[in-house]
Ligand binder design. Structure first.
Ligand code: LLP
Length: 406
């Protein structure tokens, strides 16, 4: 945990809004997973969509992680951060032919999730290795938008399409080296993890897929966002995961690799968004604290109704009162929290929005033409890497300067 005074000190140097990440915590979380899941052939592919900060990518690369990539941009950035192409899996959705060619040329294994794409891939690249993504038929996640299994999802091949898949695989002499499933993000029940594994393992027989080297069970490991939320017993969960996989490998007849691809678990709790309150307002009894950040810079509360703890760093012992913590964007819904009990907020106070390491900066945008915040990664009490905020002029140049068509 980064010390609150240290966070405040960083705002003096880098200004606000500012994202701060605890790099040591990120690496610890990655390493934890190897303590929990003791299968000797475990590989963790970090879901970089959660946070593609180059400093964080470098730390995880040095720690030995692989990458779950979802766009050509992800792949190129991961390669630049030093990840070996063998340690990247490409799990994009609704890929174009051009994108498939680009990623294949970079030497990255393709994870295909539709009959249509599998046929096109086979036709274009007969004899290739491929991974196949199946819908695990389990519904779980921290809200409806982050559930990726079951009837309503656009993701994955259906379990009942195995025979159809095998015909295409044979026709183009493809080698299915891996099978994949991802159930959702912020899985609420450990049972869902086991059930999804069982459903995938049920089709992953040697008869169906004789060339398997790995099964990939996706991400979704949940972390607490509210103070009173329990932490999952990951040691117990890891033991059960290992037990299930061991039994499966025994039946399959060889010790396959087991992949997981978490994002949230590794980075969510390591991040803070620091923002300064610049305007206080009393709106007929409702206290409004107006900040120098806004929902394009941290969209989870607006998009998912997600709860993020807020800490008043500069007045931690103030008398508590309820505040609407609002941003600087021209929309009524631009709120980080509604009627949140916080120590008295004064103009100039710095707030820390917690659990801002996953899907916060990475889902950001420049709505209202406000540049995204600077980012700092801290390791062993020091700044390990920093990215400054674009100036407004640089942002405008990015938009009109070099990208206008003739
Ligand atoms: N693998 C696949 C195929 C995925 O689609 C995802 C997340 C992950 C792994 C990593 O899931 P995680 O371990 O981070 O839960 N923006 C949402 C989360 C969307 C996740 C999308 N896919 C949020 O802020 O809660």
């Amino acid at each position: 945990m980064l010390d609150q005074n240290y966070l405040l000190k960083l705002t003096e140097e880098y200004g606000t809004p500012l994202y701060v990440y605890d790099g040591d915590e990120v690496v610890r979380r990655y390493q934890d997973l190897y303590r929990f899941i003791t299968w000797p052939k475990l590989r963790i592919h970090y879901a970089m969509k959660a946070n593609y900060n180059p400093g964080i990518l470098r730390l995880l690369e040095q720690a030995g992680a692989g990458i779950d990539a979802v766009s050509p941009g992800d792949v190129i950035m991961a390669l630049q951060a030093g990840f070996d192409k063998e340690r990247i899996i490409y799990t994009a959705n609704n890929m174009t032919d051009a994108e498939v060619a680009q990623v294949r040329d970079l030497g990255v294994l393709m994870n295909i999730d539709s009959i249509s794409r599998l046929s096109k891939f086979g036709r274009a690249y007969p004899g290739s290795k491929v991974c196949l993504r199946f819908n695990p038929d389990v519904c779980d996640g921290d809200n409806v938008h982050t559930m990726t299994g079951g009837d309503l999802t656009k993701f994955g091949l259906l379990m009942e399409s195995v025979e159809e898949v095998k015909v295409i695989v044979d026709k183009y002499n493809l080698s299915v080296v891996g099978l994949h499933e991802h159930t959702g993000s912020g899985l609420q029940r450990t049972e869902s993890v086991y059930q999804s594994m069982k459903n995938l393992m049920a089709i992953a027989s040697r008869d169906n897929f004789p060339d398997l080297c790995f099964l990939d069970f996706g991400g979704g490991f949940k972390v607490p966002y509210c103070a009173n939320e329990n932490r999952v017993d990951y040691a117990a969960m890891g033991a059960e995961i290992t037990r299930l996989f061991e039994a499966y490998c025994h039946d399959y007849g060889s010790e396959l690799e087991m992949y997981f691809e978490p994002g949230k678990y590794i980075v969510a709790e390591a991040g803070h968004l620091l923002t300064t309150v610049n305007t206080l307002k009393e709106n007929r009894g409702r206290r409004i604290a107006g900040c120098d950040s806004g929902f394009p810079q941290l969209i989870r509360p607006v998009l998912y109704d997600a709860y993020h703890q807020i800490v008043n760093l500069s007045n931690p012992n103030g008398n508590p009162a309820a505040y609407d913590v609002c941003g600087n964007i021209c929309e009524t819904g631009d709120r980080f929290a509604e009627q949140r009990e916080l120590p008295e907020i004064r103009e100039g106070d710095v707030l820390s929005i917690e659990n801002a390491g996953a899907y916060c900066y990475s889902m950001g945008g420049v709505y209202n033409l406000r540049p995204m915040p600077a980012e700092v990664v801290i390791c062993q009490g020091r700044v390990n890497s920093a990215r400054r905020r674009l100036s407004t002029e640089e942002l405008i140049n990015m938009i009109i300067g070099e990208t206008t068509c003739e």
